[in-house]
Design a protein around this ligand. Structure first.
Ligand code: FES
Ligand code: FES
Length: 725
């Protein structure tokens, strides 16, 4: 392959200023804008024209900057979100986005807003269909699009005044919204300066393969622009990580055998040009492909054992039983049985894993997108073999996570490369790399039997589930233990047995993804409920209302919720819509056309927070000498709003307006551990920590000046003031 660099000059107008730079054939406009023109507000989600995150305007027309060669911008006018910030129409759109909560994680927001501006310039009052059409090329994984569409349609409309206190329960705008709607938010790949050394991970091209290296030193020394290579030999601590310490089993670099396609075996560190022109075939590495077990059946029958001590490739299992389920099923008036298979699901956040690391004062600092900065620090401490005081983890903005960014990904490669080269380094997974190497939703194989009596009461259930946890454990133990607890759904079943196991295969690791296996189990259980209702001649909604848990009922684990069980009320609230939709569907279906309409109902539940584990969270707050109240909020906001809601809870407890707080986010040097952002725990757990912190700070302040309980605290103008209430 001819790797000579052909350099060309390109000049164009970017946001009204002239840009001149060198480019090479094939360089994407998105890359040029981000790396050579400082336009980090242009985001990259796929580099393939699929996600629209890179949308810019060229001569006023929307363009996927990742699909346009930089040379094609020659002599043209390019506009990005940051350049439009002074534009009155963009300012109105930004206000509307903030007012409608249209930016959640914010990674799609620049592309959305630029696309919307192109529409609004020609059509100030667009129809919903026109908005949907204009934004159709930009994907959003957070909002469900509704708020974005409403925000675009409402540009220029009056915006409701915000509650001045902004306390718990008030629908205020996101406290971190302004950075998202102006393109200032910095995500994982937005930290590194241009020309920073790039880390590129070398991955197995086979599902299972032995491998050995040739003369890596010689290759690196003779290859221009390559600064270093990394293998397991560079790991001074443990070449092993995992989110559940007792099950930690994943190497940073495989040592002799790769257990899944996409597993890391080495990494190179080089200049951007050297890494760009590098091809995997250049590296002296010999592969020996081996038979792989890709399905649960293969792994449990004749598949090679992936991990010592996990016979039959069974990682672990969970089990819950109560009553006499087999007897109950025999005695049931009606019983149904089904086998259900679910597939891998990719999280598909718009921001692939990315980050930056550098050595500062002899310590290694890692900036990366994550859902769990302190867990990242814990892992790095083990892997690097360094005292944790020598490592700092600073989370960047997180462009979606949905569970997968709970596990470390880029962090060890960044830290190892910074330590080895002593220089700043960056990494940005390609979409392919992200999909190959990071965790997925567990595929499930489930066999379920459920019985009921003539009056529609559930009497027994037996659930058997096998879950493909891939080559490494990740959150597989959580799935194996959480599924049996929740496979009943939010229903009262006196006789129950559920068994779930995680099975290792030569697939990518399965991990955390909304519900930890519970949605898979719900597909099986809810489908069989419909069959049961059908056989009993009972309306499916009524069947669920009859069996829904209520206050004081005992769950299949024997837990009794004394209050707050709302599932029956939820189902009952659906009654009118259910009746109307069923009637409408009956009319459509009576027409005898090929296309039929169905109406369904399903319930679901899962525990909030860590499964069967402590759920600690620490929130730190205080008052600076200038009277400014500071809240250290380490619960990662991945778009769900933790930065705002936890501040609201704290401000309510302290008795000050939410907007008067100074927020300091995650940073393992200065902000305590609020635990990981997963399992819907942050509002409840960190929110309660914030409440306690607010109450404690209030009590401390009042005690200092012997003020009454009803005193009003205000902060500002360089002082903290108290007024008797
Ligand atoms: S469409 Fe360009 S980055 Fe996805
Ligand atoms: S706000 Fe759209 S992807 Fe997160």
């Amino acid at each position: 392959m001819d790797k000579r660099l052909v350099i060309d000059r390109v000049s164009f107008s970017l946001n009204g200023r002239d840009v001149v730079g060198t480019t090479h054939p094939g360089e994407r406009l998105s890359a040029f804008l981000r790396e050579k023109a400082g336009a980090r507000d242009v985001k990259v989600g796929c580099d393939a024209g699929d996600c629209g995150a890179c949308t810019v305007l060229v001569e006023g027309e929307i363009v996927c900057a990742c699909l346009m060669p930089a040379q094609q911008a020659e002599g043209r006018e390019v506009e990005t979100l940051a350049g439009l910030n002074d534009d009155a129409l963009m300012a109105a759109l930004a206000k509307s986005f903030e007012a409608h909560g249209a930016a959640q994680c914010g990674i799609c927001t620049p592309g959305m807003m630029v696309s919307a501006i192109a529409l609004l310039r020609g059509t100030p009052r667009p129809s919903e269909a026109a908005v949907m059409d204009a934004l159709g090329g930009v994907l959003c994984r957070c909002t469900g699009y509704r708020k974005i569409i409403e925000a675009v349609m409402a540009v220029g409309a009056e915006i409701d005044a915000q509650d001045p206190e902004g306390h718990t329960g008030a629908a205020i705008q996101r406290l971190d919204g302004a950075d998202k709607v102006t393109g200032r938010e910095r995500f994982g790949d937005d930290i590194a300066p241009p020309e920073t050394l790039v880390v590129r991970v070398i991955r197995s091209p086979f599902n299972r393969a032995g491998f050995s290296f040739g003369n890596l030193e010689g290759w690196a020394a003779s290859t221009s622009g390559i600064e270093a290579f990394l293998t397991s030999a560079d790991i001074k601590g443990k070449n092993c990580f995992g989110v559940i310490p007792a099950f930690a089993d994943q190497p940073v670099f495989a040592e002799t055998e790769a257990r899944f396609r996409g597993e890391a075996v080495a990494a190179i560190v080089g200049t951007p040009d050297a890494v760009r022109t590098f091809s995997d075939e250049d590296l002296p590495i010999r592969w020996e492909e081996r038979p792989a077990a890709l399905t649960i059946a293969e792994a449990m029958s004749n598949g090679a054992q992936l991990h010592e001590g996990r016979d039959g490739n069974i990682m672990c299992g969970g089990f819950v039983t109560c009553g006499l389920p087999d007897d109950a099923l025999k005695a049931a008036d009606v019983a149904v049985e089904g086998h259900f298979t679910t597939s891998f699901v990719e999280h598909a956040y718009i921001e692939p894993e990315a980050g930056f690391a550098e050595m500062i004062g002899g310590r290694v600092e890692v900036h990366a997108c994550t859902q769990a900065p302190v867990m990242d620090l814990d892992s790095l401490e083990e892997i690097l073999g360094l005292d944790r005081t020598q490592i700092r983890v600073v989370p960047t903005g997180c462009g979606g996570g949905f569970g997968s960014k709970l596990d470390i990904s880029v962090q060890p490669y960044l830290a190892l490369a910074a330590l080895k080269t002593g220089k700043p380094v960056r990494i940005n997974y390609s979409r392919t790399e992200s999909m190959q190497s990071t965790t997925k939703r567990h595929p499930g194989e489930m066999t379920v039997r459920i019985g009921a009596t003539h009056d529609g009461k559930l009497c027994g259930m037996v659930f058997d589930g096998l879950f493909n946890t891939g080559a490494y454990a990740s959150w597989g133990p959580t799935v194996a233990t959480r599924v049996p607890v929740h496979a009943s759904g939010p229903y009262a079943i006196a006789n129950y047995r559920a068994d779930a196991k995680g099975i290792h295969t030569h697939c990518p690791p399965s991990g955390a993804f909304r519900g930890f296996g519970v949605p898979q189990a719900a597909i099986a259980q809810e489908s069989l409920f419909d069959e049961l209702a059908d056989k009993l001649g009972i309306d499916p909604l009524e069947f669920r209302i009859t069996n829904a848990l209520q206050n004081g009922d005992r769950t299949v684990c024997g837990q009794v919720f004394e209050h707050g069980v709302g599932i029956k009320a939820c189902f009952e609230a659906l009654q009118a819509a259910w009746d109307a939709e069923r009637a409408a569907a009956a009319v459509v279906n009576a027409q005898g056309t090929a296309i039929k309409r169905g109406v369904g109902v399903a319930g679901g539940w899962y525990g909030c927070g860590n499964t069967s584990l402590p759920n600690p969270s620490t929130i730190k707050a205080g008052v600076r000498a200038d009277g400014q109240i500071v809240l250290h909020q380490g619960a990662m906001d991945i778009g769900q709003g933790a930065n705002t809601v936890i501040a609201q809870i704290f401000a309510s407890a302290l008795g000050v307006p939410t907007t008067s707080l100074e927020l300091i986010g995650g940073d393992t040097d200065v902000t305590p551990d609020a635990g990981k952002t997963s399992a819907s725990r942050q509002t409840f757990v960190s929110g309660n920590a914030a409440k306690l912190a607010g109450e404690a700070l209030r009590a401390t302040i009042l005690a200092q000046v012997n003020a009454s309980e009803a005193s009003k605290i205000t902060s500002g103008d360089g002082a903290l003031a108290l007024r008797d209430g």
